[in-house]
Write a new protein. Sequence first.
Length: 255
Amino acid sequence: MSQLRGEDAVGILDVLGSLHEAPNPQDVGHLLISRLHELVACDVVSYNDIDVEAPASGGTRTFFEPELTPRPELEFAFDALQHEHPLVCDYAATGNPAPRRMSDFITLPDLQALDLWREVFRPLETNHQIAFAVLASRSRVVGIGVNRWSHDFDDHDMAVLGELQKHVGPAFHHAALREAETQRAPGALDALSTREREVLALVAAGHSTPRIAALLFLSPRTVDKHLENVRTKLGARTRAQAAAMFHADSGPVPP
């Protein structure tokens, strides 16, 4: 794949910055599909939010850019015909969430011969697609389809979306923490700053310092400093004791 350009990195960081400011996971999804066109030229973006614990019982929601608009007729057709989708089949077989380009799996004439194209892709004016997946929580997977009608995606487009995909998951986790914090009743953790509570929530969820650093875009040293402040403010002697105090004060940790 071609190397990313300087302007690509700036654009990716700008999009990720907005995602990390989102107050809840739903807004992360909205921002993601509304801003993808800034990174890769496309005609429409599809967004599939899948409950992996109950995918066949109303646990899947499909929306389309730019306003997260439901299209029930297309959603019904896609559910019935997704076994024809080469990228869905590849993800089901490999579990690899990285971007995949449709044309690497099927020729355009063969694609247009499918019921999937006639009932889903043609109404969306889609002949070409890159799709990738994001683990939004322990029980939810988000699938993103970036679509064009007139011409295929190139290796540079793949590289941009590949770099973005690596960092979207933490934005969903960060937003879940922020949403849980805003809904928390007053308690013993009020002495902590917002960032300190976010770090402590991840400690209480069982994450290691390196993993917390990755999720919150911090250095491990900064995470340790936040934990030191947390223990001091709460009077906790150990990491485990601070985590126990979080559970007692906040209830369940968001997934």
